[in-house]
Design a binder for this molecule. Structure first.
Ligand code: AVJ
Length: 348
């Protein structure tokens, strides 16, 4: 039976998805279709991964952690007792969120475009919706399936909000298609993900974020220097979730490269490198090993490592100086009572 009366549907948007593998060659802003200007983005990622494996010492970019399982394992890490950053950042927003939003809107004007770099589950940004009241929410993440699922969920809860997902690896360059940011933006980069960049690269990314903000503001979560034991426990938890997260990179490379890594042959290593002010994660060969992939191979001797992540730690003074170098001004920051984590706001 057909219904005889219909209530007019509530305005219902659908999240738009843009897949950008090479922002530099993207032209146009038809956001309704997937756009893939790079003929084989996975081939470029595979070539990048293979080059790192052949380097001495070997390395893999931390972006290779984030396949769908890796994104889930990271979510699990954030629930660990030892992993203080997420919880501490959340506490800063819980106590100072209203002041932070007010200060941000003073720099951007009302109803900015909210751009979320490394959006993941979109949980942190969605908590700003009530106070920031963005005109549009742009979620940028390398794990495109993960972020798409998150946006579909978010659209059900915020049917009237204009949502855009951008699948992009912004570690090389951050630049969104014309039209996505069409006024002052609040560029949100929480979780101390900026820590994955060495200082020079962090400066480059902040400059690009400042340009993207178009006269708006940056809001960045930054992990701060603290005693070694706390830092090392956060990256080597008792349950071994961080070890699984690190080892999962090998499964991802197996798929991406057609490699034959056996995760059981490798051990998780986390250490604080005080000179470089960063926590490092490595995968260490448990015995002499041979690894093969499509078009390449390498032997590793027992104890040899693949450097998988550097997580840089800052001080309020050193990070404020970095923001100034990036061309930002009117810098303000909030931190927890222990001074473990900082949330920085800067006019772009
Ligand atoms: C997502 C880069 C902020 O460096 O703390 C967590 C990733 N690595 N545990 C961090 C991570 C190991 C995380 N960031």
């Amino acid at each position: 039976m057909l219904p005889t009366t219909l209530t007019p549907p509530m305005q219902m948007n659908a999240p738009r998805l843009l897949q950008l593998h090479n922002a530099g060659t993207y032209a146009g802003n038809n956001a309704d279709t997937d756009t893939d200007p790079d003929p084989d983005p996975d081939a470029a990622l595979a070539a990048e991964a293979a080059a790192g494996l052949l380097a001495k010492p070997a390395f893999a970019s931390p972006k290779f952690f984030y396949d769908t399982l890796g994104s889930r394992l990271f979510e699990a890490i954030t629930a660990l007792e030892e992993y203080y950053p997420t919880r501490t950042e959340n506490a800063i927003f819980a106590s100072h969120g209203a002041a932070i939003a007010r200060a941000a809107l003073a720099r951007t004007g009302a109803a900015p475009v909210l751009v979320d770099l490394g959006a993941g589950s979109c949980a942190k940004a969605s908590r700003l919706f009530g106070t920031v009241r963005p005109r549009r929410y742009v979620a940028v993440d390398i794990a495109v399936e993960f972020v798409t699922q998150a946006l579909q969920h978010l659209q059900r809860e915020n049917p009237e909000l204009d949502l855009v997902g951008v699948g992009q690896d912004f570690s090389a360059r951050l630049q969104l298609p014309a039209g996505v940011v069409d006024g002052p933006a609040l560029v949100f980069y929480p979780g101390s993900s900026i820590g994955n960049f060495a200082p020079d690269d962090a400066l480059r990314l902040l400059r690009e974020a400042r340009e993207l903000a178009a006269g708006g503001a940056l809001l960045v979560g930054v992990d701060l220097i603290k005693p070694r034991a706390l830092l090392e426990a956060a990256y080597d938890d008792a349950l071994g979730v961080t070890a699984a997260f690190n080892l999962n990179l090998l499964r991802h490379l197996n798929r991406l490269l057609g490699a034959d890594f056996a995760p059981r042959d490798w051990r998780h290593v986390a250490l604080f490198n005080a000179e470089a002010s960063r926590v490092e994660m490595h995968l260490e060969a448990k015995s002499d090993l041979q690894v093969r992939w499509t078009g390449g191979e390498r032997s590793f001797s027992a104890g040899e490592r693949i450097h998988t992540e550097s997580s840089h730690k800052w001080t309020p003074a050193s990070f404020s100086a970095l923001l100034r170098d990036a061309g930002c001004h009117d810098i303000q920051h909030w931190q927890d009572e222990r001074g473990w984590f900082g949330v920085f706001l800067a006019a772009a």
